[in-house]
Design a protein around this ligand. Sequence first.
Ligand code: HEC
Ligand code: HEC
Length: 201
Amino acid sequence: MKNYLIIICLLIFTSTYSFAVEGDSAKGKTLSQTCTACHSVDGNSTNPIWPKLAGQHASYIVKQLNDFKKGNRVNGLMAAMVAPLSEQDMIDLGAYFSTQKTTLGAAKPELIEIGELIYRAGDHKTGVPACMACHGPNGAGNPTAIYPALSGQHAEYISIQLNMFKAEKRNNDPNKMMRTVARSLTDLQIEAVSQYIQGLH
Ligand code: HEC
Ligand code: HEC
């Protein structure tokens, strides 16, 4: 029994420690040269189906890179990219992209009202919680809880991800947090909240 407790304590310590390790942003910048074709030099991708990484939390970037590598998140393009990366490379890449500045987009004016309602209040009728509860009032997310920043993210990328969570094709969200959220969203609500997030800051 005592041995089990010691092992559990060690596991908690090492898992906490691995996120506490400081990344080397300069090394991350060098490593990021293979990422720029899609995510751009400063992490603000120009193609709206490729996510912006600029200003994203290092903890979330490291989690996603690990998930792609382990096959917990499936994407052909990213699977090839993460194959050669070590854990330290991922931490350095996270340090680099998280310190870049996100560029903001703008929401389609006619969708702001519906989008804002979902983001700030959810939909009581269908049990959708407010996005703000986890992603923050300005879309800044939470690096400790590993809730990603959403502010300024491409609407097209956001809506692809929400549809993938809804169809359970993306299932790397702890405790099904996002699958539960996306389950009852309508197509219109997905489009509107994605537009809203693109201009959110
Ligand atoms: C050929 C294009 C391409 C290249 C090169 C590429 N990526 Fe990606 N990346 C993508 C696409 C597409 C996605 C979205 C995958 C999906 O829809 O699940 C993505 C997603 C990501 C995500 C998840 C972002 C989020 O908000 O969840 C991270 C982190 C990431 N890439 C980091 C990198 C890093 C680091 C490199 C370089 C080592 C890299 N990518 C190279 C296309 C690319
Ligand atoms: C209970 C907390 C919680 C709530 C509420 C929540 N999210 Fe999330 N969201 C998460 C977590 C955790 C992740 C990261 C999952 C992972 O580790 O891959 C996430 C990821 C996402 C992503 C993927 C981001 C990316 O860069 O790939 C999008 C888009 C998203 N959420 C949108 C929303 C929207 C829109 C709402 C409201 C309708 C919402 N979320 C409500 C916790 C939440």
